[in-house]
Ligand binder design. Structure first.
Ligand code: OOG
Ligand code: MG
Length: 254
């Protein structure tokens, strides 16, 4: 199977919400080919009229790496089709086997065209917010290799962002909880995200720009989950809450 064929099958699986077997067991491909497949599948979305809205990082916490049995930082691309309004609603039937995770998001205020250092962050980042990511692997049983998940745009399907807050010096030691139907189902700390969520900006600035992509003004960067992910139930209320900075959430309909 060619790389564009793999991209086409992943894109179709996402659109139809029908899982497919993982590829790497029968058609091994390299990590750099996996990122090419990812970009080709995003290209298909762009051809349908979607717009790129940012980047996401994955496996920035130990909890996530252990849950999924994968131990390398990965990144993917977000589009406007994936944005869920705060206090909004999603339809369960749009997904295959969705999971939710509590995250921190950043808003970019100046194009990032080269790797930036930790100290340069205030020059490029406007604000941060508590966020929820919905992930929905296109692979049967949510089972994949590192290459498979990268090709699948790191399981991206939805992101929901709370109120933006001015950049604070200290966001590396804050309680971050995931709440389903008023019950705290995951409780973590922002330091689980690469010791400090700001580090996700440093990482994506290197990873995206080395492939020639610009992290544009107005884009969002999702820093990665602070805890393991939880299954997203039908007819439920999903929330994330960040110590001192409030919450974000949405309803899940049939
Ligand atoms: C891959 C995506 C991981 C995160 O925040 O660590 C991720 C997956 O678990 O399916 O989004
Ligand atoms: Mg995530």
């Amino acid at each position: 199977m060619t790389l564009p064929q793999i991209a086409q099958q992943l894109d179709k699986a996402a659109r139809e919400a029908k899982p497919i077997p993982q590829f790497s067991t029968n058609t091994p491909f390299s990590l750099s080919d996996a990122y090419k497949i990812q970009l080709t599948s995003i290209q298909r979305r762009i051809e349908r009229g979607e717009k790129i809205t940012g980047f996401k990082l994955g496996f920035t916490s130990k909890a996530k790496m252990e849950q999924m049995g994968v131990s390398d930082l990965i990144w993917g691309i977000l589009t406007d089709d994936m944005l869920i309004e705060d206090d909004g609603e999603v339809r369960f039937s749009k997904y295959i086997h969705p999971r939710v995770e509590p995250e921190v998001a950043f808003l970019v205020k100046k194009d990032i065209t080269q790797p930036i250092s930790y100290k340069e962050i205030p020059e490029y980042i406007e604000s941060f917010a508590v966020a929820i990511e919905i992930i929905d692997s296109r692979y049967e049983n949510f089972k994949f290799s590192l290459e498979d998940v990268v090709a699948d745009n790191c399981s991206s399907i939805g992101y929901c962002i709370g109120e933006w807050h001015e950049l604070e010096e200290q966001i590396h030691d804050l309680k971050l909880e995931l709440i389903i139907n008023s019950e705290v189902v995951q409780s973590g700390n922002t330091k689980a995200i690469l010791e400090n969520p700001y580090q996700s900006i440093v990482e994506i600035s290197r990873l995206a720009t080395e492939t020639g992509l610009t992290i544009k003004e107005g884009y969002v960067v999702m820093a990665g989950a602070a805890t393991a992910a939880e299954w997203m139930p039908k007819n439920s209320t999903i929330k994330a809450s960040l110590e001192k900075f409030g919450g974000v959430g949405f309803e899940v309909e049939e």
